[in-house]
Design a protein around this ligand. Structure first.
Ligand SMILES: [Zn+2]
Ligand SMILES: [Zn+2]
Ligand SMILES: [Zn+2]
Length: 222
């Protein structure tokens, strides 16, 4: 026989909580005295909303850490499937007008968000300006791996798009080893054994670490 556990009646506890929070809105987790609005509207505990959020993040990372790579992949697959189904359902219930409006708003949100992240990254690496030739047209610029180890880096962190690259840089607090270069200079660097021809003409004799330059005048900096 299948037994069902009767659900607890929490009405009394909720009422008690609301009463206590009104008199003294102190969070039992962080100990801060806040206002009633800083607590979830319903519930039976005395944690503020910020503490609930912090705990959710903590639990997420804790659970994630305990999963193996394949388990994590499986979980991601499940979540994706569920989200796709939910999205499909949401879109199916919309009128053509509402749908068009929804699509437009999502698009513009994505565009602004992407631009913000890109701006942040460029600002952190000296702005929209080629570190070699000074080109300032953003459409010509991109992130360059100073030590020419871009392929390895991208493989290691599964970075496939510029967008993913920007996000990686933000997540890792803008590490050293990256610079802004225009495509011209990146191309030059690639075809000149790791040094842009602009630089080799200027009597520069040091080459970046990891460079495969074979020019006799180029001395490996150590
Ligand atoms: Zn709190
Ligand atoms: Zn350049
Ligand atoms: Zn150059």
């Amino acid at each position: 026989m299948k037994q069902t556990i009767p659900s607890r009646d929490l009405t009394r506890q909720r009422a008690q909580r609301d009463f206590r929070l009104k008199a003294d809105p102190t969070c039992s987790r962080c100990g801060e005295t806040k206002s009633v609005d800083d607590f979830p509207k319903v519930g039976v505990d005395y944690w503020c909303t910020a503490c609930h959020a912090a705990n959710a993040v903590y639990l997420y990372h804790k659970r994630r850490k305990a999963l193996s790579k394949s388990e994590l992949q499986e979980l991601r697959g499940k979540i994706n499937k569920r989200q796709n189904a939910r999205r499909k359902q949401l879109l199916a219930g919309m009128s053509p007008d509402a749908l068009a409006k929804f699509r437009k708003s999502i698009n513009s949100y994505n565009v602004t968000q992407r631009a913000e992240i890109r701006d942040l990254v460029y600002k952190s690496y000296g702005g929209y300006r080629c570190a070699c030739c000074g080109e300032t047209e953003p459409k010509f610029l991109s992130i360059d791996h100073i030590n020419n180890d871009g392929a390895k880096h991208k493989r290691e962190f599964r970075i496939r798009t510029g967008e993913q690259m920007y996000r990686w840089l933000v997540r890792n607090k803008f590490p050293q080893g990256f610079q802004i270069l225009c495509m011209n200079c990146q191309w030059g660097k690639r075809n000149n054994c790791g040094i842009c021809p602009h630089q080799s003409g200027n009597g520069v004799t040091t080459i970046p670490k990891g460079s495969t330059a074979k020019r006799p005048e180029a001395q490996r900096s150590s």
